[in-house]
Design a binder for this molecule. Structure first.
Ligand SMILES: [Fe+2]
Ligand SMILES: [Fe+2]
Length: 182
């Protein structure tokens, strides 16, 4: 019988960071023809993580001493990553421009995760009770899976730039709406 206590939110977040890092490392070697699909999977995982953090972790952080400033900095970085994903959505994934953007995105995402692990997570672990950490962890998992998975939207019939809402914006909205309703 497994009697290990359930994981708190920080344990879950760190596991997800390692998973995103691995997916990004694997993406570098992806054949150009397979990049669109692989990048959509990466985007899905990354966006679920960041939106669930915004909805569940960062409000809890704001109630801690010094938490507001840390939350503002990290949420700014998350918004920048979303803007970069939106730019990449308009590029041809087989192009060198796309891979140049990916290199920037990867560096920014790794830096952001490192800042969370150095500054945010230790504070949360220290100041939040273990019961609450487990409760936040359960809510984080629910928020992450609150929106259904969507397969990669293959070959749009109009140029992406002409769309009002691209697949990325739709994904972010879906997850945010569902997570906010928890
Ligand atoms: Fe984050
Ligand atoms: Fe994170």
């Amino acid at each position: 019988m497994n009697t290990a206590p359930p994981d708190g939110i920080v344990t879950l977040l760190v596991e997800d960071h390692r998973s995103v890092e691995q997916r990004m490392a694997d993406f570098v070697g992806t054949a150009p023809d397979s990049r669109a699909e692989a990048f959509w999977k990466l985007t899905d995982e990354l966006v679920r993580h960041e939106v669930a953090e915004e909805v569940i972790l960062y409000p809890a952080l704001r109630s801690l001493p010094g938490g507001d400033r840390l939350a503002d900095q990290r949420i700014t970085e998350e918004s920048e990553a979303e803007a970069q994903l939106a730019r990449m959505e308009k590029l041809d994934p087989t192009s060198p421009e796309f891979m140049a953007e990916f290199t920037d995105l990867r560096a920014a995402v790794l830096e952001h995760a490192k800042a969370e692990e150095r500054q945010v997570f230790p504070l949360v672990n220290e100041k939040v009770s273990s019961v609450r950490l487990v409760d936040l962890g359960e809510r984080y998992q629910k928020a992450k899976h609150s929106a259904p998975n969507h397969p990669h939207p293959h070959a749009p019939d109009t140029p992406p730039g002409n769309k009002v809402v691209g697949p990325l914006a739709a994904l972010i909205d879906r997850i945010r709406d569902a997570a906010n309703g928890l």
